[in-house]
Design a protein around this ligand. Structure first.
Ligand code: SF4
Length: 345
């Protein structure tokens, strides 16, 4: 059956101005997201991964227009979100919700859980007033909380329970898609697993689509159908989960994956140590943005920007932005040896 496209991001840019000088003029920009395009299909989970500062959270916020995108288009069910008025965009958020890392920061601590859920339903007019209390109880049960907790305040809940409240608030308006921005990053591992399982159950039950933003590759491996890898505001690789985790093409993705511990102590693994920090997004490197840290970089990488190109592997289709994918895969181009070493993990 053909997949139904739900979200399409085209040429999205998010630049933040840097003011300076006596007159406070814009002297430069932080290029947090720099010309990215991708699609999300109904019912799937697409994750965006990368180091801190790669632009993944900014992408989520720009899609929802919590920050106004500098350039580019965002289509949700073929409606161009970037062309909507603020009022129209507020209505559209009924279909497109977000869950943050710290739900406590995005909820009013003086409201009870019932108030929080009631407010969400009132703003979107998603449930008639006389049916809201019943719906609140249903929502609490759906996310694994109890009826008696409806009249409690957020500070009376644990971190995991608060994230369940955040999920209930998102569900209160019957969304089609939820952007999960580091939604389980602050939770203990066992609670993380419970919330991830809950998100998977809800996806099945309500046919939800997730855009899952995370720096945690273990979590991403667990939950994703497809994965987008970002580096310094650009997409460097997109592919099916197996294609990314079993046979990544891009040197940056390979380096990220090589840092995940392997449970089997006898398993020999090549660890790719990335040199230095992520360069400044104010003045990113020319050509391939990864060339200052890439163990395979050649002269061409300093001048020519690589485009995302499709590669078919046994594990599925993926796209990677690197001039030397074939040469690296065949072993024709070897890494500079100081940055790659086999080691027992
Ligand atoms: Fe490395 Fe060059 Fe490929 Fe960029 S284009 S990832 S610098 S080999």
């Amino acid at each position: 059956m053909a997949k139904k496209e739900l979200l399409r991001v085209e040429g999205l840019k998010q630049y933040f101005p840097i003011k300076g000088g006596l007159l406070g003029r814009t002297v430069n920009h932080v290029k947090a997201v720099d010309d990215i395009s991708f699609k999300v299909y109904a019912g799937e989970t697409v994750s965006i991964v990368g180091e801190s500062g790669c632009g993944k959270s900014t992408t989520g916020r720009a899609i929802l227009r919590l920050e106004e995108p500098t350039e580019g288009k965002v289509y949700f069910e073929d409606v161009d979100l970037t062309s909507l008025s603020k009022k129209e965009m507020r209505k559209q958020r009924k279909d497109l919700q977000i869950i943050f890392q710290d739900p406590y920061a995005s909820i009013n601590p003086r409201q009870t859980v019932a108030d929080i859920l009631n407010e969400a339903m009132t703003i979107q007019n998603s449930v008639p007033a006389n049916k809201r209390r019943k719906r609140i109880i249903e929502l609490l049960e759906t996310v694994g909380l109890n009826e008696y907790q409806a009249d409690r305040y957020p500070h009376e809940f644990s971190g995991g329970q608060r994230q369940r409240i955040g999920i209930a608030r998102a569900l209160a308006v019957d969304p089609k898609m939820i952007i999960c921005d580091e939604a389980v990053s602050a939770l203990d591992v066992s609670i993380q697993a419970q919330v991830l399982n809950l998100l998977e159950e809800l996806q099945e039950e309500f046919n939800l689509t997730y855009l899952f933003i995370s720096h945690d590759l273990g979590v991403v491996r667990h939950i994703s159908d497809r994965v987008i890898v970002m580096y310094l505001g650009k997409i460097v690789e997109i592919g099916d989960r197996e294609a990314i985790f079993e046979n990544a093409s891009h040197p940056y993705t390979k380096a990220l994956l090589s840092a995940i511990p392997v449970p089997d102590p006898t398993h020999e693994k090549t660890h790719i140590a990335l040199k230095g920090d992520v360069p400044s997004p104010i003045d990113p490197p020319t050509g391939c943005r990864f060339h200052t840290r890439c163990p395979f970089a050649q002269d061409k990488c300093k001048t020519d920007e690589p485009l995302l190109q499709t590669h078919q592997t046994m594990e599925g289709e993926h796209k990677a932005a690197c001039h030397f994918i074939e040469e690296i895969a065949s072993g024709e181009l070897l890494p500079r040896d100081y940055s790659i070493k086999p080691e027992m993990v």
